[in-house]
Design a binder for this molecule. Structure first.
Ligand SMILES: [Zn+2]
Length: 417
């Protein structure tokens, strides 16, 4: 491997195109799946795939010019060419992982993939430094024995180790470049460190200037609890607070598994610094569900009615509870009420699931015609898993510490034949 880095790049345009196709196949498949699930529109798919395609073309062109340039370069400089090619491939990988997967479960799994770029470059340089070659002499590919023979009386095999060496001789004496190795390893480590705020944001939060702390948390709102605690103690402008709050709300709706920014958000809500529409965005859209019932049923035949929940986003210091009041047929007394609150972990779909079914109830309608089924529930946020009870009037008793308390109704029409 190390020695290949001293030879000119061998990637033919065709194999590069194949490699790019393989790298892109997975995200492209995932994108199409997202469209079929209904999470994305076709336009969204088109711009993601379009930009990926443009990027691949640019990479192919960049690679072609690097390969041309490599023909004029000495072996000891060759690792830089390979490092540049690694950057090109890295850009494609980082791009597919961040942009084309953005908004999906996988794309949001980590704090970004930018750290892979310096890692790739650093590794290539370190390997290049390990096997660097200098000068015009020729050597055995296996044991480095120097080829000092005239063309006509050269032995077919290396006299030292017996490797058939004609046509496979390496140009240049092998000299490790400590400088190249050290710089490669430094680039890899430093890059991985800097691009992963998770490594430094927490411990350094207390001494970081507010703009840097703010930017790092804006980039990666899920990263560090300590850093959010620290930001809560800093004073930031009203405009900055609002735009960070917007970012936090958007992030939380994509990450149903809690968010480190929670306490900061709550503190600013309590201080009246967060406008109602952002609060509404976060709490109001935290619970996404639809009423699932058949469109047509036969009179007298039982059928199930249920909620299909696609999102139940909760936080660390605010818990989502749903108080389900039941289903009401044509305005009659509701049936199927849940006595206890249902919490986010009981409501949200599994990691790769689309929706989770809750509050199923069986109905039977005997009179043909059009009927309306209505589901009524309350979405409540409160600091902990304290129980919530129903009042005598059929509505939940609002917990004293609730930060959000809102009723929702969903309706479906059913035709009975
Ligand atoms: Zn040899």
């Amino acid at each position: 491997m190390a020695q290949d880095l001293l030879a000119p790049p061998k990637f033919k345009p065709k194999s590069l195109a194949l490699a790019l196709a393989l790298v892109c196949a997975f995200p492209v498949g995932l994108c199409v799946l997202e469209v079929r699930r209904g999470s994305w529109s076709w336009t969204e798919l088109a711009w993601r795939l379009g930009s990926l395609f443009v990027l691949c073309i640019a990479v192919m062109m960049g690679n072609a010019s690097l390969v041309r340039y490599a023909k004029r370069v000495t072996p000891q400089r060759m690792p830089y060419i390979h490092a540049a090619i690694a950057v090109l491939m890295g850009v494609v990988i980082v791009f597919t992982l961040t942009v084309s997967l953005r908004g999906t479960m996988l794309g949001n799994a980590g704090p970004g993939y930018l750290f892979m770029l310096p890692m790739m470059v650093g590794m290539v340089l370190a390997q290049g430094g390990w096997g660097r070659r200098v000068g015009e002499s020729l050597h055995c590919p296996t044991c480095e024995y120097e080829f000092t023979f005239a063309e006509r009386d050269a032995p077919i095999r290396c006299p030292e180790c017996g490797t058939p060496w004609l046509g496979m001789l390496r140009k240049g004496r092998r000299v490790k470049s400590i400088k190249m190795m050290v710089s490669g390893i430094s680039i890899a480590l430093l890059g991985a460190f800097l691009f992963q705020p998770i490594f430094w944001l927490g411990p350094l939060a207390r001494i970081l200037p507010t703009p840097i702390l703010y930017t790092a948390l804006y980039m990666d709102p899920g990263s560090s609890l300590d850093a959010w605690d620290e930001l809560t103690t800093r004073s930031i402008s009203a405009t900055s607070t609002r735009s960070l709050a917007r970012r936090v709300a958007a992030h939380r709706l994509q990450h149903q598994w809690g968010s480190a920014a929670d306490k900061w958000f709550e503190a600013n809500v309590a201080a009246g610094k967060i406008p109602a529409e952002i609060k509404e965005h976060l709490y109001g859209q935290s619970f996404a569900t639809r009423l699932d019932a058949p469109k047509e049923v036969q009179a007298g035949t039982p059928f199930p009615v249920r909620l299909q929940t696609s999102r139940a986003a909760t936080g660390l210091s605010s818990q989502l509870a749903v108080m389900f009041a039941g289903y009401s047929l044509d305005g009659a007394e509701p049936v199927g009420r849940a006595d206890e609150p249902a919490w986010a972990h009981e409501l949200r779909p599994s990691l790769f699931g689309d929706a989770r079914i809750n509050f199923q109830h069986e109905f039977r309608i005997d009179t043909p015609g059009r009927h309306t089924i209505r589901a009524t529930y309350w979405v409540i946020f409160q600091p902990s898993f304290w129980t919530i009870t129903w009042g005598p009037d059929g509505t939940p008793i609002r917990p004293a510490a609730a930060t959000w308390f809102e009723r929702s109704d969903l309706e479906r029409e059913i035709i009975v034949k």
